[in-house]
Design a protein. Structure first.
Length: 242
């Protein structure tokens, strides 16, 4: 599949949406997609002309407007904003360099009476990147530890454990035994993280979703159904942060 550019589409009275256009030799029809972040993609068969694609978009403008209205609004990492960390809401606090001379560039947790906080030291313009880097590092460390834990229960060893900002899946397992996860799992409650890691660890034994596979997941003692319900209801919202 190769990118063919972008198109602009008016949805509603005062909103214009950028649509990424991709051509695919495998596509049999025009397909309009909207992901959790509000990114709109139009997939075209190779022989479809631009005029036909434009007409298709216009015909689906109403559908797209309704779907976009349900996409959670983006929430930037900024001072005084609130984000979930391990399923618990934390307030972001900026700490200027001169107020924390020994902690420059460090992110740390505090527990005041008003509720848990994430403190980020350094220049204000570096806050989003520093917080993102810290969350990714926390996710990588935590997910690697849990991966080894569940793999050991199954008599298997884990290869590399990596984190990415994936949109379509929370985790994956390669044929070499490498596990990859979406770093945003660190925003979710522990029982959700445990389920996703156990799910991928079970793929070290069964590279499918057979009855045997689900038995292995349940054997690991995670709250599978509760976690699946949580992800279905709240998972898309995790992509709104940052």
């Amino acid at each position: 599949m190769s990118a063919a550019g972008a198109m602009q589409l008016s949805v509603g009275r005062d909103r214009t949406v950028s649509v990424t256009v991709r051509r695919s030799a495998r596509a049999q029809r025009l397909i309009l997609r909207l992901d959790q972040t509000g990114t709109v993609t139009l997939v075209l068969p190779l022989g479809v002309r631009e005029a036909e694609a434009q007409n298709f978009l216009k015909a689906h403008a109403g559908w797209l407007e309704n779907r976009l209205a349900k996409v959670p609004e983006r929430l930037a990492f900024a001072a005084d904003a609130a984000i979930p960390y391990r399923g618990v809401e934390h307030r972001i606090r900026h700490r200027p360099v001169n107020s924390t001379p020994r902690r420059r560039g460090v992110v740390w947790l505090e527990q005041p009476a008003e509720g848990p906080e994430l403190h980020i030291a350094g220049p204000a313009e570096h806050l989003p990147r520093r917080l993102t880097d810290w969350l990714k590092a926390e996710a990588r460390r935590d997910l690697a530890t849990r991966s080894r834990h569940y793999a050991a229960q199954l008599g298997r060893q884990v290869g590399r454990v990596t984190v990415r900002d994936t949109r379509s899946r929370w985790g994956s397992c390669s044929s070499k035994g490498d596990l990859s996860f979406c770093w945003r799992l660190i925003l979710a409650p522990d029982f959700v993280i445990d389920y996703v890691v156990a799910h991928e660890a079970a793929h070290l034994v069964e590279m499918n979703h057979s009855i045997r596979f689900w038995r292995l997941v349940d054997q690991l003692g995670v709250d599978r159904q509760r976690a699946q319900r949580w992800l279905k209801a709240n998972g898309p919202r995790l992509h709104r942060y940052g």
